[in-house]
Design a protein around this ligand. Structure first.
Ligand code: CA
Length: 654
């Protein structure tokens, strides 16, 4: 019979440990190891010279201290040593595992590493300031996978440096080009985004770090060691220090370019269940269980973690604090945040505030299955007011723009639906309690402030926008679909809230699916809607797309610049929206005015297949930006203006 815990509250009361010294602490010449393992009868520390293989130096017996914490001290610093714990339970069963508090590790995350972090800082590390972001609405977030950015030869990293491609070093390669267009770091700078959101860079399980180019690929939502870096993105996964140095360099390069770094963190489940280091160390404690001790599967990945258990809550706190202080990252995106309890997330927010209130925090307000915890205590989107300072992905504007993600043919505002105007209007108001929309689509009013709405229409999940348009707007010309794409970009970037774009969305990224030879291509299998382990052929950025679709890129760039140019696109409170945002009544399209005592913008989103003549507000205007040109047209206009089919336009009062 399984021996699982029935009274977590009692266990937490008697054993939860509040010290900040779990894992390895080096103080002067002393190295201390501490592990929380209250059920163990004996714990040993094993020291090795390598991250794998038969190279043990010694095994030391650890001693049990208060609250089930085992420790041992060495009278020297032991930097460079790899280590594991051997845990012995009453059953006399012995299990060897990596430390859940390991902050560095060897190849494939099997052993921890005692690393001298300060010695791995890049030049000038202490003097590079964290980019400032006064309010989350000032951010423009760009979601990127490290490997996708530079693994294709078209990224322009020369053949002589081929081993940089697909790695931390390749991500921030400078001066690289594909034909005439910029790639990698220069591309990020040119686009004008403020933050990159890196898909998981913490150690994950399914890529063999010995041979990362063997054709395998993964997004990284298969977490193994939550405080360690993934080895396949480093130039040498054998030496645990290398990935640390190279990732710090990536952060330094981005910070120097004024770009913040947001980490995608996957605390909601462990890739292994019984074989995870958590379960090996404290069986049945870190996961949520069902009535008879089975693992609950709220993540859809085999289990879910229990953030409400004090030692997992503390683990999340300690991990975030570590990433922020050691690597100076600027924010966190929580995968399946609906699985984390509200109290924990608010505590994390408070803790980040103590370090820097500008650190961004947002996540997915849903789960991947049925959690074993009360729905009113979890960070579901519908509980948004209970965690008002943590952002949520806005699936309402997403589906309003292009149609539902689960039916490829389903359409939204840009691809011809007549039923999405209210969703778009709500999106323009960041889904806050905007007074003058009350009574229309009230169920879409959930954000506490604009900062809580992360607006997007494309992310790593589901089809790319361009692929979705290819199927759902099949009866339109390619030229019309390009217009739809630009209109979608305008809605995401000019709405109140926080705009979020996927790498390559700005030049019509596509994810062609790899099919077994001979399989007939249909609408349903031509594109990959879940490319988590698809090969580079599907996932990598082909930079020739940027050159080919430069007109689209230039519109995205101009939209971002326009957003940054005026606070009217970045209002901070629902009250400001009430005062400065006014929809005009133009029947079947969407038009609105943003104005204060100094500026007035008039924005038109025309999703119709025919042109329209629209009344400008009172006064003289000029065309600040439109689907047709990224540059302003300095010709005075007033009264009625023509808006071409499927397009957007922004007029500014002179
Ligand atoms: Ca790994």
């Amino acid at each position: 019979m399984k021996k699982y815990i029935t009274d977590y509250a009692k266990l937490d009361r008697e054993f939860a440990y509040y010290g900040d010294d779990l894992g390895v602490t080096v103080a002067g010449e002393i190295t201390r190891f501490k592990v929380w393992a209250p059920f163990c009868s004996c714990v040993y520390l094993n020291l090795y010279t390598g991250g794998e293989g038969d190279n043990k130096i010694q095994t030391l017996v650890m001693s049990r201290g208060e609250r089930g914490v085992w420790s041992v001290e060495l009278m020297h610093h032991c930097y460079g040593a790899y280590y594991t714990y051997t845990l012995e339970f009453e059953s006399s069963k012995r299990i060897e595992t990596i430390d859940i508090y390991a902050k560095a590790c060897g190849i494939n995350g099997e052993r921890g590493l005692v690393a001298d972090f300060a010695s791995l800082d890049p030049e000038g590390w202490e003097d590079i300031p964290r980019p400032r972001c006064e309010n989350p609405v000032d951010a423009v977030i760009y979601e990127c996978h490290v490997r996708d950015m530079s693994v294709d030869a078209s990224c322009g990293i020369p053949e002589s440096e081929w081993n940089k491609r697909g790695t931390f070093a390749g991500f921030t390669a400078e001066g690289t080009r594909c034909g005439k267009v910029t790639t990698c770091l220069d591309h990020l700078k040119e686009l004008g985004i403020t933050h990159v959101q890196l898909m998981p860079v913490a150690d994950y399980a399914t890529i063999n770090e010995k041979d990362p180019f063997s054709g395998k690929y993964n997004w990284g939502y298969d977490p193994k060691n939550y405080m360690c870096l993934e080895g396949s993105y480093s130039s040498d996964a054998e030496e645990g220090e290398v990935r640390i140095r190279e990732f710090k360099q990536l952060v330094a390069d981005l910070h120097r370019a004024g770009i913040g770094v947001i980490l995608d963190v996957v605390f909601n489940h462990t890739y292994f269940t019984e074989l995870s280091a958590f379960h090996k160390t404290v069986p049945y404690y870190y996961h949520r269980l069902r009535g008879h001790g089975e693992f609950s599967n709220g993540s859809g990945c085999g289990n879910e973690t229990a953030s409400e258990h004090l030692m997992f809550r503390k683990y999340m706190l300690d991990a975030l604090r570590f990433w922020v202080t050691e690597y100076k990252v600027d924010g966190f995106r929580f995968d399946l945040m609906g699985l984390h309890d509200i109290d924990t997330m608010n505590m994390l927010r408070d803790e980040m505030d103590k370090i820097d209130p500008q650190i961004l925090m947002y996540g997915e307000g849903w789960t991947g299955g049925e959690p074993a915890y009360a729905a009113d205590k979890l960070c579901y989107k519908w509980n948004s007011y209970s965690f008002g300072r943590i952002g949520l992905f806005n699936d309402n504007i997403r589906d309003g723009i292009k149609g539902g993600t689960f039916d490829l043919r389903n359409t939204g505002f840009v691809n011809g639906s007549d039923h999405a105007r209210n969703a778009i209007k709500r999106g323009i108001t960041a889904n806050t309690r905007y007074k003058r929309l009350q009574g229309t689509a009230d169920d879409l009013c959930w954000a506490f402030t604009p900062a809580q709405a992360i607006n997007y229409c494309e992310a790593h999940d589901n089809n790319t926008l361009w692929d979705k348009l290819a199927i759902s707007a099949k009866n339109y010309s390619e030229e019309e679909r390009r217009r739809m794409d630009k209109l979608a970009a305008a809605i995401v970037i000019l709405s109140q809230g926080v705009p979020f774009i996927q790498l390559g969305q700005d030049f019509l990224r596509s994810k062609p699916k790899v099919l077994p030879e001979g399989t007939p291509r249909t609408d349903n299998n031509i594109f990959d809607e879940n490319s988590y382990n698809a090969p580079d052929f599907t996932n990598s950025i082909k930079w020739g797309d940027k050159e080919r679709n430069l007109d689209v890129f230039l519109i995205y760039r101009a939209l971002i610049a326009l957003r940054k140019s005026s606070g009217l696109f970045r209002m901070r409170t629902p009250e400001e929206l009430d005062a400065h945002l006014h929809f005009h009544d133009n029947n079947d399209i969407v038009t609105f005015e943003l104005s204060d005592s100094e500026e007035c913008f008039f924005v038109i989103f025309n999703n119709r297949r025919d042109e329209r003549w629209i009344d400008l507000p009172y006064g003289n205007f000029y065309l600040r930006l439109s689907e047709e040109t990224p540059r302003p047209v300095y010709r005075t206009v007033s009264g009625k203006v023509r808006i071409p089919p499927i397009s957007f336009a922004v007029y500014k009062r002179l």
